[in-house]
Structures are given as C-alpha cells and as structure tokens.
Design a binder for this molecule. Sequence first.
Ligand code: NDP
Length: 332
Amino acid sequence: MSLFKSLETKPEPNKGPNSLTPSEHVKCLIIGSGPAGYTAAIYAARANLKPLLFKGIQPGGQLTTTTEVENFPGYPGGITGPKMMDDLEQQAARFGTDIRWGIATSVDFSKAPYKVVVDEKNVVEADTVIIATGATARYLGMESEDKYKGSGVSACATCDGFFYRGKDVAVVGGGDTACEEALYLAGMCNKVYLIVRKTFLRATKIMQQRVMDAPNIEVLFERNTKELRGNQVVEEAVLIKRMGQPDESEEVIRIDGFFLAIGHTPNSDIFAPYLETDETGYIRTVPGTPRTNVPGVFACGDVQDKVYRQAVTAAGSGCQAAIEAERYLAQK
Ligand code: NDP
C-alpha cells in the first residue's frame, strides 16, 4: 500500500491542481520525515531556505519501526531508531525548519512554482521540492493476510512484537530486515520460524550468523506461505515446501503471529505523472545526484534508492538534495 493517494484522488471533481489557489508560497518544500527528509531540512534551514517539511503518514520514517541502529556513524554504542529520528527532528527544528503534520496527496509539477496538495485541501506553492517519501512494507497478497491484519499479521516486529511475548511466531523473508525482525522477536517469543522461499538467506553474513546462533529461531528454507488459518486470530500457517518441485508438499506450523519482512515499495505514486520512475516505481535521478527530470524537484532516500537503502545513505542524499536546491535557487 502506498503512503500517498494517486492523482486520481483530487480534492474536487473537475478541478486539476492548477485551478487550486495556493495558501502559501515557500522556497523549499520537503515531503517526508525520515533520515533523508530531516537531513535535507537541516541543510536547507542552515542555508536560509526556510524549509517547510510535511511529516507524512509515518512520521520519522521506517527507522521508527526498527530497534537498535548499530551502523550509523557517530553512535559507538548504537541508538534506537525512534530516538535517532527524534534527535534529527529536533536538529531540523533548531535551525528553523517549519515541521508540520500532513500528507502530500497530489502534485502539479507541470511548471514552476510547483504545487503540492496537502491532506487533499491545502495547496502549497514551492520554488523547489525535495521528495523524501521513502518506501512502504510489502505484503504477500493472500486473502487470509488481509483478514488477520491486526489480529496476528504485522509488517513491524518492533511495533507489534510485544503482543507475542512467550508465543510462537513466524517471520517471512530472507533479507536483513527479516533477520533483524526474527532476532528481535526471538528475544521475547518462545519460538520464531523464519520462512525463506529460497535455499539461502540474502541477508548480510553477520545477520545470518546471529540468526543461526539463536537457539529459538528455526529457519525453514524453500517454503512459501499458502494461507493463514484461525478462529478470530492467526492460529496456524499452511506452508508449501519446495514449491514447483516433484516432491512439493504442504506443512502446517502452529503460530500466534505472522510478520512480513519481504521488502518495500517506493512511495512515488503521486509523482509518477511528472517524474520518471523505473519499472518498480523508484524515482529516477541523474546518477550521483538527487536531480529528477523536473528542474528544481529533487528526490532523496529510499524513494529513489533500491540498492543501498541505509539510513546513512538516505541522510547523505538528503544533504545533496538541499545543496542542489540551494544552488538551483541561487541560479534563478
Ligand atoms: P530485501 O529486498 O533485501 O529482502 C527481501 C526478502 O524477502 C528476500 O529474502 C526475498 O526473497 C523475500 N521475498 C520477497 N518477496 C517475497 C515473497 N513474495 N515471498 C517470500 N519471500 C519474499 O529487503 P530487506 O527489507 O530485507 O532489506 C532492504 C535493504 O535494507 C537491504 O539492502 C538491506 O541490507 C538493508 N537493511 C539493512 C539493515 C541494517 O543494516 N541494519 C536492516 C534492514 C535492512 P529472495 O531472496 O528469494 O528474493
């Protein structure tokens, strides 16, 4: 599910964004409040661009759903994701960023100044726009997954793990996120199954090792989830072992919680009519820069990065976006 509604959801029928009257004009509008958005805000504010930042639907971004961040430079003892995002917000505010609650619901990038509709009603006009809307967790798409969302199905172990203390749970995925979620849950649950569709984990070696060393994590390789069953809540998962192979078979595991960790979808829907994206929706930028195909509109963080996707790379690209915005304005 995207964080943003598509352009089809316009505030009023028969009226495009061009016919909307802007309620304010800013030099620099930042959409999104993850490491990319806040870093862009810190730099833009210090450059006196007086940035306005809208937090979006997941204030603080994906790091607010993670536990310990051990690989962000400058924190030798690690820091929790939510604490880091609080600190970044305070830092952005300290230099004068106007930080507000609000979700960008449509845009008009056909000509400068650009228009961004917030919460389907307020129109902000901006000389430069920095898109830092990140990416959203993916689901498998099973009917039963929908049925049990909030009753056993979650895409965030750190948000919902607490409810499964002492219970048996499953995590789907073989990447770093899946390993991280499995390890987090292993600290509080009785048993954690890690359901991996291939014969190997894609996660970094150190995460793989930690998973293998955890006594209460069982990795189930070559398994796909067919469906979840239960009365009011999830009680079991039906798995297909070695799907498509001659010896394909079904098995049932008894679980109370089912956590998805199978990657993310970039939150780029509302920009797609104006900005070039790749086949999976990531905004295309000029390599090595945050420049999009629209002058003055920049993209940073996970919405344009499907390779590195780290807090520190997102922060770095946020910095680049603010510097580019400053230079763009200076040249005008
Ligand atoms: P990834 O894309 O790396 O991994 C997704 C996993 O989900 C893969 O194992 C993939 O399987 C599996 N998957 C995808 N679709 C399905 C499906 N339909 N059914 C079953 N399994 C499926 O995403 P992550 O979120 O794990 O990581 C994203 C990036 O963020 C990575 O670069 C990662 O290194 C980084 N990261 C870093 C962290 C850290 O440094 N602390 C923490 C978390 C993430 P398959 O392998 O078969 O394609």
